[in-house]
Structures are given as C-alpha cells and as structure tokens.
Design a protein around this ligand. Structure first.
Ligand SMILES: [Ca+2]
Ligand SMILES: [Ca+2]
Ligand SMILES: [Ca+2]
Length: 301
C-alpha cells in the first residue's frame, strides 16, 4: 500500500522551522543525554552553523554534543531518503585532521549509521571523501572511503543523500554532489572508481535494526576527530520524507493536545539539558515552549 508522506525540509532560515521538533538529545551517553555546547551552535539567515568539537559517537566515546535531530514516529515510506548540504572554510584546517560532517541515523550513541564527508588525513592532502560508519552495540565498523577524492572549495555546499530503493539490491544508495549545481552522483567502489558502491548486507542489516528500534532519530553530525580544531560547518538545509515528530508534540504521539500543554505546564520553570518539554532546546521550560505548544495546538489530532 502506498501512503502519502509529508516531505520534511528545514532551510534553517535564522532558526529551526517551528513546525518541526528538533532535539539535541543523543541517548546512551554518560550523561544519558547531551545538549548543545554554549557557543557551538548558531544560525545565519540561511544556515545552521555548528562548530566542531572533540566529542564523538565512536565506540565508548559517546560524548558528542551538538547533534540536532528529528525523532521518527509512525509508519515510514519504503522509498525513504535523507538529504543535507554543508560547507566550511577548509583553508585553515590542517591536512592531518580528519574533520567530518554529514548525516546520522541513530537509536542511541551505541547504534548508528553515518554518511559523512571526511578530510583525507591519511594521505595528508586537501582532498575529501565520502565515507560511512556503522555501530551496533558500540561495535564500530568503517564503510571505507566510498567516493572519489576531490578538493572542495570553501564556497561550495557539499550535498549528501542516503536513500532506500525498494527492489534494488542492496537497496541503499549513497549519493553526493560537490556543489549545489552538480547532478547527484553515486558513491563509487574502488579507488580509482570501478563502479557504484555496493552497500554490504551487514550495513543494510544495521540500518534495518536501527530503524526498527522504538526510538529512532535522524539528523546532522559534525566533529573534528578529536584533533582539537575548532571551525564552523554551515548546514544549508535538512530534508527527508521519513515521518517525524512535529513541533509542539511534547510526548511525540502525533497530536498536539492537552497532554502536551500539561506536560509543559508541569515542567514550567525547570532548567537542564534535554528535557522533552524544552521544545526550543535552550535549557529552560518557559513561555517560549508554552507558546510552541499553543501555536501548534490541534495539529495531527
Ligand atoms: Ca539554508
Ligand atoms: Ca502529543
Ligand atoms: Ca525552552
């Protein structure tokens, strides 16, 4: 059966789209949840700007911050996709620093899939590659460099896209473009490339496992591979056709109603990281969060 699914797109025009319930939560960390670092996250009129930090999701190093994500809910389309575009000033970044950014799909910090663009620090050139990472139960597996290397320009937004193509084998397609004006191209296999990258069965199995978990989040990722280097990635947009929890829906049941309003009222005045009732993620439950619920009241019910 084909179901109509809303296409979700946030262009980050000076802030998050209030119709979406963006969260900074990454469960499974110690502490159990991390919020944004002060000063690491901001918006321009056209982008979400995330400053690299030393944290990571890698194995036991579940100390990443600044991972904005949307929670999935309900049934999902079979032909799902997730897409983003980002850029950075590459000039001051040392060639031996594996800086990276891209898309993350996770149930917690121990179970995730990442599609990234990574500086090729191994060969210490200015080139970057597409790459993938998978963890199930903190067991890390690198999906190798999966696009041809290229030298990015500071001005070019790099596009990344992962899509599920029902009926194809292995049904996951990884796409990138080096600038917004390019056609999407498939990740390659081999170096130099000998053909389209073949997603491995175990990688697909991991994605299925994560998608079948009760709590799934999709979002954006950036880090500096622990190199201490601080610079800002500008994300132009985030887009997916997956069903996500909408703005104002505190309990994530698909309807903004009295229960969400009461949740905010009962938590009113509370402060701390990652409270569900803190809808704008600024560390306190106040008027702004109340208005977010009232503004969306009745949606989805
Ligand atoms: Ca934008
Ligand atoms: Ca609700
Ligand atoms: Ca708030």
């Amino acid at each position: 059966m084909n179901m109509a699914h809303t296409q979700v797109r946030d262009d980050f025009n000076g802030g998050f789209d209030s119709s979406l319930k963006w969260s900074w939560k990454v469960p499974g960390n110690n502490p159990e949840c991390t919020g944004p670092d002060p000063g690491a996250v901001s918006f321009s009129p056209t982008s979400l700007d995330i400053s690299m930090r030393n944290g990571a999701l890698f194995m036991g190093f579940n100390n990443i911050h600044n991972v904005p994500s949307l929670k999935l809910r309900g049934s999902q389309p079979d032909d799902w996709y997730i897409e983003t575009a980002f850029r950075i000033n590459w000039d001051p970044i040392d060639v031996f620093n594996y800086v990276q950014a891209g898309i993350v799909l996770f149930s917690d910090a121990a179970n995730y899939f990442q599609l990234l663009v990574t500086r090729d620090a191994t060969n210490q050139t200015r080139n970057v590659n597409g790459s993938t990472n998978v963890e199930l139960g903190d067991a890390f597996a690198w999906g190798e460099r999966t696009s041809n290397p290229w030298e990015p320009n500071n001005d070019d937004y790099i596009g990344l896209r992962v899509e599920h193509v029902p009926g194809e084998s292995p049904m996951i397609r990884l796409l990138y473009r080096r600038s917004p004006n390019e056609e999407w191209r498939e990740f390659e296999t081999g170096w130099p490339a000998t053909g389209p990258y073949q997603f491995w069965d175990w990688q697909y199995g991991a994605i299925r496992t994560i998608l079948d978990s009760p709590n799934v989040q999709v979002g954006l990722y950036a880090d500096n591979a622990g190199g201490g280097y601080v610079n800002t990635w500008s994300f132009d947009y985030f887009e997916t056709n997956l069903n996500v929890v909408m703005g104002g829906d505190v309990n994530g049941d698909g309807c903004v109603d009295d229960s969400d309003l009461l949740a905010v009222l009962f938590a009113f005045g509370n402060t701390g990281d990652c409270m569900d009732e803190d809808l704008n993620g600024d560390g306190m439950v106040d008027d702004i969060d109340l208005l977010a619920v009232l503004f969306a009241f009745g949606n989805g019910c």
